[in-house]
Ligand binder design. Structure first.
Ligand SMILES: Nc1ncnc2c1ncn2[C@@H]1O[C@H](COP(=O)(O)OP(=O)(O)OP(=O)(O)O)[C@@H](O)[C@H]1O
Length: 888
């Protein structure tokens, strides 16, 4: 097109002036007319191809300026919204006013339509020209007239450009010569006005399309950036950059809706101010949503333009309006930031030309980003809280005492944004009273005395606030300020801490309320506080159980200490008699194993002293200060063995009325002696195996795993290997127990020890019975060494005990040894086919005979039979035993 325009029109020198048109020659007129037509045709041709501003400028510069003498041309467009017109198209290199110091101002100015000069242009039918000196100084005239004049322009020709029958703008043509526009030129311009108008319309349309394209790619770029945003800081950067691009001169503030859903706080902003008050407000101000403006913006789906002064006049008191005013800002646009159905906040923007679709597009992206950031922050917070609770729960598992708990709570609260433990109250056994369990008086400063008077004592579960808390599901938050207003006296104490809220929660284990906890804080995460309370509840239940256990243990220890002392004095059990080779071997083994934690299996026939050896190992071990706990596996009904060993929770099975601590737990840090292990039922063997392997147990019906540190000594008179083969004893348990076997030889295999044992037992029992035995006849010793001792040491001891009682003159001249072999068989035969009463009757008579008829007291039949004297009396009566029976 560039090439077509100039060449299409024949060149002629200067313009012909309107007043100098004395050419009357028809031929000349004909030529003029033709030339005009050619020019018009060429111009219209070119104008139809105009698509952008450059095309039109080129056309004017090269198509018209070359043909007629004009200085420069511009196009202005009317803005009916504010009744002004403003430059749209400028002949940049040709204009003489470019060097004028008001040029930039002119380029951006909006000139009023409502003034005589432009009204005359609007009223004219075609191009209309003015000498600048005539009009430029009229009061309402646009300043560009004078600016042009000052740069040597003398005349202006104005033509309105039309669109759909309505003026859309003006074509301005300037000349530096007065009366510089020829008729021919006027005619040409008049002729091409429709084409110029449609060219301008095309340019506008094209500009629109281009702008929209630009907006789209702008939004696309922005949305790509938004998609990568993870933090508030990243969002702030992105938003600042985007607004710098589209609105370099105005500031903006994004206020976010707070968690309370009733206020907003500044989130991201870019404001050009150094005013410390405004800067402080931008850091921490909170304004109610329902202030008459913020709620209006939040309820509007389109941007809301507002005037600062007018809003203040309407009575909206939120300080942000005053801040804008102080910064000299008059008009603002507010847009809600909404994602789906959720309002996140408000963007307030100081902008003059608002491009609604673009702004809405940007705001939609910002809203998405805020939603994402919130979700990420929530996830992070939840993860942090979970990690935090995990840490706390770890701390809690180690809690055994109130001190431990207090320290664990203080440690956890230190990490939770300014939270203080005011009080933990625990429900007492009666289920009615609550007593202070843990509290920190120092919290209340000078109100300490009031705290003691009002809070530090027993209350009942009906107390107003406690009842509310216990009845609540997730606790109650009391606002200190509100409570003071409503006359809650406790709140005055709370106020002394300077914290805003009291969070009171029920402590529960399962469904059972065990107390209340009172925490002072400004804010607490419900999830976190619930988690902490659950852990504290468990800890308190553990502490209470532990306190009971400790008390129980103490009681047992006291009882046991007493018993031990008794046993020591009565039986002098700690002495093991025997210096022959077999026993020396046993002592060696004891000294080897005692120090360690190794499990020991003591085997040997009944009465060989297995328990004695177990005790000797315990007392030689580092655990000697604790009592050895003994379980006789044979003496318990199978159904009770498990509960005896592992304990049970209350209600674990029918009959489990109270919680029971098992022997394993009791033997923690000590030795557990499992006597007669060979008698343990298979089911219990499996459980025992698990404990031995894992060193932890669960009470029957309990959920808690309890760690135990127990040294095991097991004993049996059975051949466990044979039991394993027969399937009555688990092989794996056998291997676990048989780590360090000690076998006790039967007494018949160590007759060298018999004499020492006889003397030992004689002394022991003469001391106990008060019968002094001076001498044991050699014949007795001889006789006893020859005996086979099926009942081993126990049998020997019983025999000596009886003999001491029967000795009358202080000498042990003879002993009664049970008959063996055939005699036994005879006795067995005698026992057959007889009732229990008959056997019992004979046995009592026999014993009475041996005791010289003494029924009760020292050396009596009652003592041997180990029943109280009066019981023996009544038994004798029942069985019809008379003196005649035993004196015969
Ligand atoms: N070497 C010993 N020196 C002193 N007294 C002993 C000795 N061996 C055993 N006794 C005594 O014999 C009695 C029985 O011993 P103990 O109960 O230890 O035997 P046991 O092998 O465990 O029996 P059971 O297999 O029937 O359980 C106890 O009174 C114990 O004091």
């Amino acid at each position: 097109m560039k090439n077509e325009v100039p060449n299409a029109i024949p060149k002629e020198s200067k313009t012909r002036k309107k007043t100098s048109g004395q050419t009357t020659n028809n031929v000349r007129q004909e030529i003029d007319y033709k030339r005009e037509k050619e020019i018009l045709l060429a111009l219209s041709n070119d104008l139809t191809k105009v698509r952008d501003k450059n095309d039109l400028i080129t056309l004017f510069k090269e198509g018209i300026k070359g043909l007629f003498y004009i200085s420069h041309t511009i196009v202005t467009l009317i803005d009916y919204k504010d009744e002004t017109y403003t430059p749209f198209l400028l002949d940049n290199d040709g204009s003489p006013i470019r060097s004028h110091n008001r040029y930039q101002e002119m380029v951006h100015a909006h000139f009023r339509l409502n003034e005589p000069f432009i009204q005359a242009v609007l009223a004219a039918d075609g191009p209309i020209s003015f000498l600048l000196k005539d009009i430029m100084d009229q009061p309402a005239s646009p300043p560009f007239l004078r600016v042009n004049y000052e740069k040597g322009v003398r005349e202006i020709m104005m033509t309105k450009l039309m669109k759909e029958g309505k003026p859309m703008g003006f074509l301005h043509v300037y000349s530096d010569q007065p009366e510089g526009f020829s008729d021919e030129f006027r005619s040409v311009i008049k002729g091409i006005v429709p084409q110029i108008s449609s060219a301008v319309s095309n340019i506008i349309k094209n500009d629109d399309i281009l702008n929209r394209e630009k907006e789209k790619s702008f939004l696309l770029d922005f949305s790509k950036e938004i998609a990568t945003i993870r933090t508030k800081e990243e969002l702030a950067n992105a938003v600042r950059t985007v607004f710098k691009k589209i609105n370099p001169d105005g500031g903006f503030v994004i206020r976010k809706i707070n968690e309370d859903n009733t206020t907003t706080s500044p989130y991201v902003y870019d404001i050009d101010t150094k005013n410390p008050k405004i800067l402080a407000a931008l850091r921490e101000s909170r304004f109610p949503i329902n202030d008459g403006l913020q709620n209006r913006i939040l309820n509007s789906s389109i941007p809301v333009s507002f005037n600062v002064d007018r809003e203040i006049e309407r009575g909206i008191s939120s300080a942000y309006l005053r801040h804008w005013k102080e910064m000299g800002v008059k008009n603002l646009v507010g847009i809600r930031l909404r994602n789906g159905a959720t309002n996140h906040g408000i963007l307030t923007l100081h902008i003059e030309d608002i491009n609604i679709p673009l702004l809405q597009g940007i705001c939609a992206q910002i809203s998405i980003a805020i939603g994402n950031i919130q979700a990420i922050e929530q996830i992070k917070k939840t993860q942090e809280e979970q990690a935090f609770l995990l840490d706390f729960s770890h701390d809690i598992t180690l809690v055994r005492t109130r001190d431990d708990l207090q320290q664990a709570i203080f440690r956890v609260l230190e990490k939770t944004m300014n939270t203080q433990l005011a009080m933990i109250r625990v429900i007492e056994n009666d289920g009615i009273h609550l007593s202070p369990f843990m509290f920190d008086r120092t919290l209340f400063g000078t109100a300490k005395a009031d705290f003691d008077r009002m809070a530090n004592h027993r209350i009942t579960i009906d107390e107003t606030y406690t009842a509310q808390v216990l009845a609540s599901n997730g606790g109650i938050m009391f606002s200190v300020e509100e409570e003071i207003k409503s006359g809650n006296d406790y709140a005055k104490l709370w106020q002394a801490t300077g914290l805003k809220n009291m969070y009171a929660l029920p402590l529960r284990v399962g469904d059972k309320a065990i107390g209340t906890i009172w925490l002072l804080a400004n804010r607490l995460s419900p999830l976190l506080v619930k988690g902490i309370c659950a852990q504290i509840s468990i800890a308190i239940a553990n502490i209470q159980a532990n306190e009971k256990l400790e008390a129980y243990k103490k009681k047992l220890e006291v009882e046991n200490d007493y018993l031990t002392e008794q046993i020591k004095t009565i039986h002098n059990f700690s002495e093991i008699i025997g210096s022959g080779e077999p026993m020396k071997k046993v002592y060696k083994l004891i000294s080897l194993v005692a120090d360690s934690n190794t499990t020991v299996l003591v085997t040997g026939e009944t009465g060989t002293g297995k328990e004695l050896i177990a005790r000797a190992i315990h007392y030689a071990s580092p655990r000697r200060d604790k009592l050895m706990v003994k379980v006789n596996c044979a003496a318990l009904p199978a159904s009770l063995i498990e509960s005896e060993l592992f304990g049970h929770e209350r209600g674990a099975f029918t009959g489990a009325i109270d919680k029971r601590i098992g022997k394993f737990e009791l033997a923690n840090n000590s030795t557990l002696f499992l006597d007669e292990i060979g008698e343990l039922p298979l089911e219990a063997q499996a459980k025992l195996l698990r404990i031995i392997q894992e060193r932890e147990l669960e009470r029957i019906g309990g959920k808690q795993i309890i760690k135990v540190d127990v040294r095991l000594i097991a004993a049996t008179n059975r051949d466990l290997e044979a039991e394993v083969k027969a399937g009555r004893f688990r092989a794996d348990l056998y291997f676990r127990l048989n780590v360090f076997p000690i076998h006790l030889p039967p007494l018949r295999d160590r007759s060298e020890d018999i004499e020492a044992l006889i003397h030992f037992f004689v002394q022991k029992h003469s001391r106990n019975s008060g019968r002094k035995i001076k001498k044991v006849a050699p014949g007795v010793i001889h006789k006893l060494r020859a005996y086979t001792w099926p009942g081993n040491v126990r049998e020997l001891e019983h025999l000596i005990e009886r003999s001491v009682l029967l000795a009358t003159d202080g000498n042990l001249d003879d002993v009664y040894i049970p008959e063996t072999g055939d005699t036994n068989k005879k006795n067995e035969a005698l026992l057959l086919n007889r009732s229990l009463d008959e056997v019992e009757r004979d046995y009592i008579i026999e014993t009475l005979k041996r005791c010289g008829g003494k029924i009760s007291g020292a050396g009596s039949a009652a003592e041997i039979l180990q029943v109280p004297g009066n019981t023996l009396h009544s038994k004798m009566k029942k069985l019809g035993i008379t003196k005649a029976d035993y004196y015969s």
